[in-house]
Design a protein around this ligand. Structure first.
Ligand code: SF4
Ligand code: SF4
Length: 441
């Protein structure tokens, strides 16, 4: 009997390819009115989704139609930037074959790809505070995730590879498909290696990405590697310690509220006002009886507030500390207001990506990173047992076993949220630990 879409997606180990890695079979096990493929790719310098949409338009449309039918949706949208002309042209060649699929064009602002922002842009529905798109009848997925759905359903292929952009201080800015489990250093070498001696690497985009070591490995959620000189302002921002951040907030905050003016969640009507939360280091509270530290839970960590602040303060870091501290004390978000309208003048407060690139000091790296096909063979991979939201997967192989590319090597832990993991190369299993499985050719 033909398996259902969710069964095939679960079997293939598909997780959100552009975010935290939420298992897709759980997400699609629902009814929804709209499905949105998030093709915004709003993080500066990343070039994966815009090229996948241009090269694989028909497969992405087919995946969208499959999910739309599966969840009983009225329509499916591909939301992409107006400036992605190659992708637009590619979609228009095929879209008439998919009557429920439509395109929605976005302006070039950050963060157009924030899940809640894109839901509003496409449907004009506002996700409640602390909520999910499904609360307003919407499922959102990433472009590469859609491609993985196509591969699972049509080709019966599991997730063994990852597309990523390698950019910044490298010889050639590229976008490339690599096997899961190679090292960050091996991926950087595909781009000709780093062009500076002392550098750091950001995993993801410059706004929401995190520092990663060159010995770390490529997982199902890595979207980009940005190589930057160790003394670049972005690296200084990410590595600034908490006490310096607090001291600067205490002495330099002018209470101008420019950070709040641009906050994308605040502009959707959520009760997040970074200019008040940043008062805590100075006054020990937010100096407003209508709000308190719990409002920090409504921050999505987009970091835009730092780049709106003329003092380079970091309200986002303050919010992250507050969230952590509250969670450690067993306090959870209890804010769930559903605004009936977005903020007045929201349209005029969208933050242009070009301005952001300049403020980030990334103009010199804002170049194409064309998709290349790598012929390189990798002899060894290390596959973490947790590349997703949920529990660590349970190995189903042992040291010394021979595996073929695509074989299941670890499965979802019984009764838990998780994802299957498959061999990304053929070879011998050389070790199985509680953290990872290593395979050598
Ligand atoms: S990081 Fe800053 S701008 Fe972004 S949601 Fe949080 S408070 Fe708002
Ligand atoms: S923009 Fe900067 S100075 Fe102004 S309130 Fe926000 S943190 Fe303070």
């Amino acid at each position: 009997m033909e398996k259902s879409l969710t069964a095939l997606v679960e079997q293939a180990g598909i997780v959100g390819a552009g975010g935290a890695g939420f298992p897709s079979h759980v997400k699609y096990n629902a009814k929804a009115e709209y499905v949105i493929i998030n093709g915004a790719e709003c993080e500066p310098l990343l070039r994966v989704d815009q090229q996948l949409m241009a090269y694989e338009a028909n497969k992405i449309l087919q995946a969208l139609q499959l999910i739309v039918d599966h969840v009983g949706a009225r329509a499916g949208y591909i939301a992409l930037k107006r400036k992605y002309h190659d992708a637009e042209e590619a979609f228009y060649k095929h879209i008439n074959n998919y009557p429920k699929c439509k395109l929605h064009f976005l302006d070039n602002f950050y963060p157009a790809g924030d899940e809640q922002v894109i839901v509003y842009e496409v449907t004009k529905r506002i996700v409640p505070e602390g909520g999910l798109p499904l609360n307003v009848g919407v499922i959102v997925l990433n472009v590469e995730t859609a491609l993985n759905v196509y591969k699972a359903y049509i080709d019966k292929m599991p997730v063994t590879e990852k597309y990523l952009t390698v950019t910044g201080e490298v010889s050639n800015q590229i976008t490339v498909k690599v096997p899961l489990g190679i090292t960050v250093k091996e991926a950087i070498d595909l781009a000709g290696g780093a062009t500076v001696n002392d550098y750091k690497v950001i995993n993801g985009g410059p706004m929401m990405g995190k520092l990663i070591s060159t010995e770390d490995v490529i997982t199902k959620t890595v979207k980009g590697l940005i190589v930057l000189p160790e003394n670049h302002s972005l690296i200084t921002s990410l590595t600034k310690d908490v006490s310096s951040m607090m001291r600067e907030a205490k002495t330099a905050c002018m209470h101008c509220s420019l950070c709040t003016e641009v906050c994308p969640r605040g502009l959707l009507g959520h009760r997040i006002e970074p200019h008040k939360l940043i008062r805590i280091p100075s006054y020990g509270n937010v100096c407003d009886s209508n709000t308190n530290a719990i409002n920090a839970f409504l921050c999505c960590g987009c970091r835009l507030c730092e780049y709106a602040c003329i003092q380079n303060l970091q309200p986002w870091k303050m919010n992250a500390i507050l969230k952590n501290e509250l969670l450690n004390q067993g306090i959870r978000n209890n804010l769930n207001l559903q605004p009936d309208k977005a903020a007045m003048f929201r349209e005029y407060k969208k933050y242009p990506v070009n301005k952001l690139i300049s403020k980030l000091g990334l103009t010199k790296y804002d170049k194409p990173a064309p998709m290349i096909v790598s012929e390189k063979t990798f002899n060894k991979v290390t596959l973490p047992l947790r590349q997703h939201v949920g529990a660590t997967s349970d190995p189903v192989i042992k040291e010394g076993d021979t595996v073929n590319k695509g074989d299941l090597i670890a499965k979802i832990s019984e009764g838990k949220l998780g994802s299957n993991i498959h061999a990304s190369i053929s070879g011998t299993v050389i070790s199985v630990t509680s953290e990872n499985i290593r395979i050598q050719m």
